[in-house]
Design a protein. Structure first.
Length: 148
């Protein structure tokens, strides 16, 4: 089974909504949430916040160029109950947002055939719907991310 990672928005407009979207993907079954924020945001502070609003997804983070303090990393590790991981620890393949459930199934099957352990997909309402309702034959448009 191929793991699914969700690449969260690099430039969140409203941080509360960004956190709510992350929690929704976590609840929908995403295996990992990928955090690579624009320089204006403190990626470690955002990761600490993600740690307390999510429960199962691994938190894969692009660490800042400067060496973070060990106690900061330890604190985030404890808040996340061991789910915190710097980017580069695992091999994941970036893919675009799927156009349909059939396209998503084909992408996952192709990745499994090539022994790709995980796919990273940009956060999108279609992806959230597919993760929440993988067997639903129709395209649902009633679910929206907080981002719009």
């Amino acid at each position: 089974m191929v793991k699914v990672g969700v690449l969260l928005d690099r430039e969140p407009d409203a941080l509360g909504e960004w956190l709510a979207d992350a929690a929704a993907f976590d609840a929908a079954g995403a295996d990992a949430l990928w955090v690579d924020c624009a320089p204006r945001w403190d990626v470690l502070a955002l990761t600490a916040a993600l740690s307390v609003v999510t429960f199962r997804a691994r938190l894969v983070v692009a660490l800042p160029d400067t060496e973070p303090e060990a106690r900061t990393l330890d604190t985030i590790g404890r808040l996340s109950r061991g789910r915190f991981a710097p980017m580069g620890d695992e091999r994941w393949e970036p893919v675009p947002v799927p156009e349909s459930r059939d396209a998503w199934r084909a992408t996952c099957a192709d990745a499994a055939e090539r022994d790709v352990p995980g796919l990273v997909v940009p956060a999108d309402p279609r992806l959230l719907d597919i993760l929440r309702n993988p067997e639903d034959p129709g395209e649902r448009h009633d679910l929206q991310l907080a981002q719009g």
